[in-house]
Design a protein around this ligand. Sequence first.
Ligand code: SAH
Length: 600
Amino acid sequence: MIGLIAATSAGRSAAAELAEALGDCTLYQERTVAASIARAWAECEQLVCFLATGATVRLIAPLLADKHSDPGVVCVDEARRFAVSLVGGHDGGANRLAARVAEALDAQPVLTTATDATGLPGLDTLGWHTEGELAAVSRALLDGAPVRLRADAVHPLPALPPNLTADAPSDAPTVVISDRMPQLPTAESGPQPPATSEVRGGSGGRSPEDRSISDRIEASRLTTVTLRPRTLVVGVGASRGAPAEEVLGLVEAALADAGLSRHSVSHLATVDAKADEPALLAAAAALGVELVTHPAEALAAVAVPNPSPAPQAAVGTPSVAEAAALLGGGELLVPKRKSAPEGRAAMATVAVVRRAPRGRLALVGLGPGARDLLTPRAREELRRASVVVGLDQYVDQIRDLLRPGTRIEATGLGAEEERARSAVRLAEQGHAVALIGSGDAGVYAMASPALAEAGPDIDVVGVPGVTAALAASSLLGAPLGHDHVSISLSDLHTPWEVIERRVRAAAEADLVVTFYNPRSRGRDWQLPKALSLLAEHRTPDTPVGVAHAISRADEWHTVTTLAELDVTTVDMTTVVVVGNTASRTVAGRMVTPRGYRWQS
Ligand code: SAH
């Protein structure tokens, strides 16, 4: 919940407006402003104070405890020009809240945390546990000093600052991304110590690329921050009534003996029948993760190295720990291991699997061109990506929004399939990829070829965009007020017979039609032909809207009729909207009634 604090009538009306826009807000009106803040502080995740920053600082000073748990606080000035992220910019979400408040109140967000100010993702904003000298390494990053990156794997992170590289000098401040614990430095550990392989459970070699990342962290010499990606799945089994310490002790011992960090555990996994087993729930809670359960049949179908008859009899699968850990794939780092209580039989089993990071493919529609028709979500996804793939003209459209260090794969027209394939490949390698297109990425665009290629091993995020048809509609009036269809007149990939059949059907069904890709230098007869097919079912005075280069510098639009349309004005950056038999031109605007009768 967001707590709102206001002391003046202007503040209260801004607060009401904000509550309306954001939802989940409460205005605190205790006897004093100090009492309101104190109560909101205790009850809310975030606060918006319609107060001067000075007043707010004095009021919250006695309440401040810890940046990881304090609410994020945003201040809005009396004239509501600014939404200032005051404290809790990252962990408290105040930076993000300031952006939302600014948008709702048409104010300017003011962020002062250094990483955001310079467009770098804060190392502590990735949602991973951090260990070591976060502040010192962050400072080096911000100062532009060379910082060394040592990562076990490619993770779908946002673009990292250009000065954070794998080949920075070995004595540079270092960011380690690893689920493995540092090993004690040994006599022979030089700047590029050989990787140890025991912790891999003997399961195959590592690629040369992996080898640049050492298990050993020379923490004594280097300024190092270690990030713990959530790569480990811990499968657990427990007999009914197993002591909580036995399960937790076993999990911790298994991780420690394999040199793995408990902070890299993503979740505990077991069989459905054990969903309520107190020891498992307690172990999950102690590790700060969830207990995820799977049906026995699903576990029984997983091939495991150490099946056994006991769980088969008890819960219907020959393996719980190994199967639950391996379900969904990955590398078995710790095969089944039993607890070893003194003087009685073991009541717990554990197995640990490392999952390869899942890459992320965002399909981002940029809208028709203008910056204010790019959705905030699209903008966020562009900044979430480390690689942007798209047609060069679209990349140019959003280049300034990308984080410094974003890799750009721009290609020319005609390379659609290749572009889609390369975006999917990059996501498969673990990167966070944004594949961009104009309008909506799923409408005559890149989403289909990309998803035709993409397997279940990557995450796909779609971001809807404002299509050319919708943008045209709002320019022309209300042409899409009743049933409508879009038809592309490009016969490069679709035989003309198919296009013609669809145009005839639309004509007969009296659908409003938006023509995409209507006419180019080499394709000039298709549009007149399509219009003549529509004219068989519509009168010559049927309204036709033409919208060119919508929301761009050379935008123009006109409303004319089937009889009067001059097709030579139409080109490939145009859409043509033909009304149905009920569409009319009213005061120069194209209107299709919602029903078939015009209201009197
Ligand atoms: N994905 C896009 C469509 C891409 S197909 C969308 O959702 O809108 C390319 C065609 O879209 C162009 O030939 C043209 O007909 C239309 N188009 C795209 N942007 C346009 C704009 N700004 N103004 C007019 N038409 C546009």
